[in-house]
Design a protein around this ligand. Sequence first.
Ligand code: BJW
Length: 255
Amino acid sequence: MTAHATARVPEAAARALQEARSVAVLTGAGISAESGVPTFRDAQTGLWARYRAEDLATPEAFARDPVLLWNWYLWRRRLVGEAAPNAGHLALVELERRVPAFTLVTQNVDGLHRRAGSRAVVELHGCLLQGRRLDDGAVVEFEDPPAGQMPVCPQTGARLRPNVVWFGEMLPAVAMVAAREAAESCDLMLVVGTSGLVYPAAGLPAMAAEAGAKVMEVNPVDTPLTPLADWALRGGAATVLPALLARAFGTASAD
Ligand code: BJW
């Protein structure tokens, strides 16, 4: 633990985490930024610079041009496959070990929380490593198809769509129930790396605050959720989360 690590985390925030018996964490794309996975609303790079992610993440875009959509998802799938969980993901694994009741609700589709070792993970927006059969909705693993082709189910040959939640689609009911329960029953909600723009996920911190929980935000910048936060810890998740854990529990900090 370094002086720098402790300096950025107020004592009261560390104490709130240390004393919490039930912690819910809501993560967004920002926690994976330092793993090299672009956030959703950052400018897309290279090939994808001319597309707005919001315009691609819709059922209409898939119906209009499934090859384009699949190319985008396969590109992101490869990116995620080459990425590794960072110190922010790992700090949340450690937090789960330290807190009696813990739920990690993520909007991310990159699977990095599970790869890091987090166990109580609720994936609100699905997972881009999986496909969903268009004929019966079954969720399956699949291989990358040859260039220019779309993935199919390895068992039945059925066409697939990415197993993610697009705008205008319902979130998985089981995941949403678990997320609401975690928000309503926690003493502390940690909100990490989300712009707080996309609902219903963005409504969870307010739900927690209304139920009496403290809210702590980790983000380099203010968001629409900042006014709800009892503490806003400014900086990247891969630095701030280890520092927070170090201050609360005396664990080693990556900072
Ligand atoms: C760092 C960092 C570092 C950078 N460390 N931080 C209520 C009000 C208004 C609208 C609605 C509402 N309820 C529903 C809606 C409609 C819609 C919606 O929310 N629209 C708004 C955008 C206006 N919601 C839906 O359609 C949802 N479905 C639904 O509600 O069904 C019922 C219904 C149907 C029809 C009508 C009404 C109701 C579905 C939402 C699905 C979202 N899907 C996506 C795509 C997933 C697949 C894919 O990845 O391709 O999910 S959109 C995209 O946004 C993705 C993300 O999970 C999600 C959230 O983004 P996130 O994670 O916050 O990322 P960014 O990029 O926005 O922010 C990154 C943050 O990190 C920034 O703050 C940075 O500062 C920070 N950061 N570096 C820490 N190192």
